[in-house]
Structures are given as C-alpha cells and as structure tokens.
Ligand binder design. Structure first.
Ligand SMILES: Cc1cc2nc3c(=O)[nH]c(=O)nc-3n(C[C@H](O)[C@H](O)[C@H](O)COP(=O)(O)O)c2cc1C
Length: 379
C-alpha cells in the first residue's frame, strides 16, 4: 500500500487536531489560541538547547519510537527522548541499536538515551551519536533485571563513584549537552538522589530527570515527590520530574512546589498523544488564572471539556494517522501489531466498546484497521 510521506501525515494531523485544541483554549477566553499553544512558555535551556515549555515526553523502551515522538511533538511536548539504547550494541556496531538512533527533522530537539556500565564504552557510543541528536542522556534508573544484572541502569545508583566516572568521561568526550535520568535511590534504605544529582552537576551534566521512585519499586506504589522539594534549591542545572503525572493540575502544582523546570509524561501518554496538549494548555490556563472555578470541580470540568473538544471522532482520525505514520517507518505487518497495543491503550476504560476491543487484536493490515476505526466513529 502507498502511504503519504511523513510531512503529509503531519499536515493532516494539524488539520485534524489543531482546530479542536484552539476551540478548547478559546472556551477559556484566552486571546490568540494558536499562539498560546505554539509559543514559548516558561522555556529553559539544557546546555545551549532551548526547551520551549516544561511538558516533556518520557523515554519508554518499546514505545517511544519515531511515530510516538512525532505525535508527542505536535501535541506540545518540548523535548523528545529515544528509547534507551545499549552503548555496547552501538560500540560493536549492531544494526538494531544503530537503527534506534534515527530521528527525523520533526523530532528536534531530540535526546538519545544510552545505557551501559563502562565509562569508555558509553563515551565512545555517545561520541558516535553526537551528530544524530541535540542531547545525550544516560539511563541511571532502569529496574529491568536484564539491565540491572549487567551493572547498568538502576544498578548504577549503588555505585556513586561509577556514576561520577561515567559522567566525567562522557562529558570529556562529547560537545553536546549531557543529561542523566535518575531515580530516588536503589531502595528506601538508600535514597541518594541529592548525592547523585550533585555528582551529576559537579561533573558537568547539563540537566537531570528524576523518576520519583526507587529502583526496587519498579513501577509499583506511588511516586514520592517529597524528596524533590528541596533538591532544586541545591542545583543550578534544570531538573525534570517524572512519575505518575497525568493531568495539568498535578503538573502545575509540582512545578510550583519544587521550582523544577520540567515534568515528564510516560505511561499516561501511551495511546493518548493528545495528553501533551491537555497538560500544556491546562498549566498555561492555570498560570493565567483563566479558570473561574476551584478544586475538584475544575479538574472534572476541564477533563470534560477536553473530551468534548478532542472527541472520539477526532481521536479516531488521529489514530488512523498514527497508523499511517507507523507504516511509514516500518513494515505494514509490524506496524499493525504495534497499532493493536496503541488502540488498546487509547480506548482503555471506555465502556460500550468492549466487543470491538477484542477485534483490535485481530487486525492484520491497514484496511482491516481502517474498517474497525470507521466503526468507532460516532460511538
Ligand atoms: C514500558 C516502559 C518503558 C520505559 N523505558 C524507559 C527507558 O527506556 N528509559 C528511561 O529512562 N525510562 C524508561 N521508563 C521510565 C519512564 O521514562 C518514566 O520515568 C516512568 O514510567 C515514570 O513515569 P510515568 O508514571 O509518567 O510513566 C519506561 C517506563 C515504561 C512504563
């Protein structure tokens, strides 16, 4: 099948989604809605790279591919990350790892995230990638046993000296800005975020992101932000907060309470790329005092308005474009398999479509997907 090029897909995405976004903003009385959505809002710098607003999409292995990133960008995410890529794989020239480093012009500024445990290997891999991204990031938080077993990811939080060596070596080797993504510590008995953050800054990291859980927690329990309240007071470099952020009210409160520069959205954006617009618009409206109600009612009302303006029919159209983009970047068969997951996430929690949901997992090609999507229009 012939799929439009990515520029065409992006044009259609804008035509489909932007009027809805503008109408949502207009409803709250803001002037010039398209400017409000696309202008800089509380920008900050990571090294010499301008990040135009605080809303950032998180790196997610198996998820944050080209399509995910392009859609996150067009809904407002100011910075995009690759999935984590093995520094060993890059160092030894493995094709699969090299393929993961590809990003289009629509994904800038773009951060390539590496994982590993050997300073020289990470530094060499980072050097190989310098021309491919605006920022290099090192993963220091992944809890997956396969990664931790090799001393990489979250395992590094148990070896502060190695963290120092890695950042120092990479910083000496590359010219591009360097960031690290940390967690609070290995476990609750060894919370060391303040120490690792200060090491990162003193060795020249240009920003940090912190997932507010321990490595041992994995993704269980709740993110615990109390450890981040005073962190920013001790650091000059930007801090990005990650963990359980899924609405503008929480994002706004966290940004204000901690003075951190950014917030990251991960799981809540799976199958739900419009969440970046909802959060960005929400925090701008909160900042401008454009909500005329308080508390829980306000949250409910805003959520209802988002669902009204970015309604089911628009979402279906956006998702078809998402599938076209997946097919642009990979073979149709693989793209359709990816898309099944996206659909299940996009329609999670929605009643009335349980019968259709099982059909999501039987889609085998674009035509079948389109047919199912058509049946979702008007639901
Ligand atoms: C499926 C999945 C894959 C992830 N992969 C990565 C990764 O490659 N690199 C990384 O730094 N964090 C990774 N994370 C962690 C997220 O970036 C984020 O910090 C975490 O999910 C908490 O944010 P959330 O509650 O918004 O999802 C991953 C998380 C999930 C759920």
């Amino acid at each position: 099948m012939v799929i439009e090029d990515i520029t065409g897909i992006i044009c259609q995405l804008r035509e489909t989604a932007f009027p809805a976004i503008e109408n949502l903003i207009k409803k709250y009385g803001a002037d010039n809605p398209s400017k409000l959505f696309s202008a800089d809002y509380k920008p900050f710098f990571i090294g010499n790279i301008k990040i135009k607003n605080p809303v950032i999409s998180a790196p997610m292995a198996g998820i944050s591919d080209n399509t995910y990133r392009i859609f996150a960008r067009y809904f407002g995410s100011s910075l995009l990350y690759s999935e984590m890529i093995t520094s060993y794989g890059l160092f030894y020239g493995h094709e699969k790892s090299i393929k993961m480093t590809y990003a289009t012009e629509f994904e800038r500024p773009f951060t390539l995230q590496l994982f590993g445990s050997k300073p020289e290997i990470i530094a060499s891999a980072a050097q190989m990638l310098e021309e491919k991204s605006e920022i290099i990031d090192i993963n220091m938080g992944c809890p997956v046993p396969k990664v931790v077993k090799t001393g990489s990811g979250g395992a590094l939080l148990r070896d502060e000296d190695l963290i120092r060596q890695i950042i120092k070596k990479v910083k000496q080797t590359i010219k591009k800005p360097l960031t690290v993504k940390l967690r609070l510590g290995w476990d609750f008995n060894s919370i060391n975020i303040e120490k690792t953050a200060l090491i990162a800054e003193s060795e020249g990291a240009d920003a940090i992101a912190v997932h507010a859980r321990t490595v041992r927690q994995g993704y269980s329990g709740n993110a615990e932000y109390s450890h981040l309240r005073d962190l920013k007071k001790k650091l000059k470099i930007p801090v990005i907060i990650s963990g359980d952020i899924d609405n503008p009210f929480k994002a706004y409160k966290l940004l204000n309470d901690t003075n951190c520069e950014g917030i990251m959205i991960g799981r809540a954006a799976r199958g739900n790329p419009w969440i970046f617009a909802a959060i960005l618009i929400g925090i701008i409206l909160l900042d401008r005092n454009l909500f005329d109600e308080n508390g829980a009612d306000l949250e409910k009302k805003f959520k209802k308005d988002i669902d009204y303006f970015l309604n089911n029919d628009i979402k279906v159209k956006i998702l078809i474009l998402y599938l076209k983009s997946l097919i642009h970047f990979m073979e149709e068969e693989k793209a359709v398999k990816e898309f099944r997951k996206i659909l299940a996430w996009a329609f999670r929690g929605i009643r009335n479509i349980n019968d259709i949901k099982k059909d999501f997992f039987e889609i085998n090609n674009f035509k079948e997907a389109e047919k199912i999507m058509d049946s979702l229009i008007g639901m």
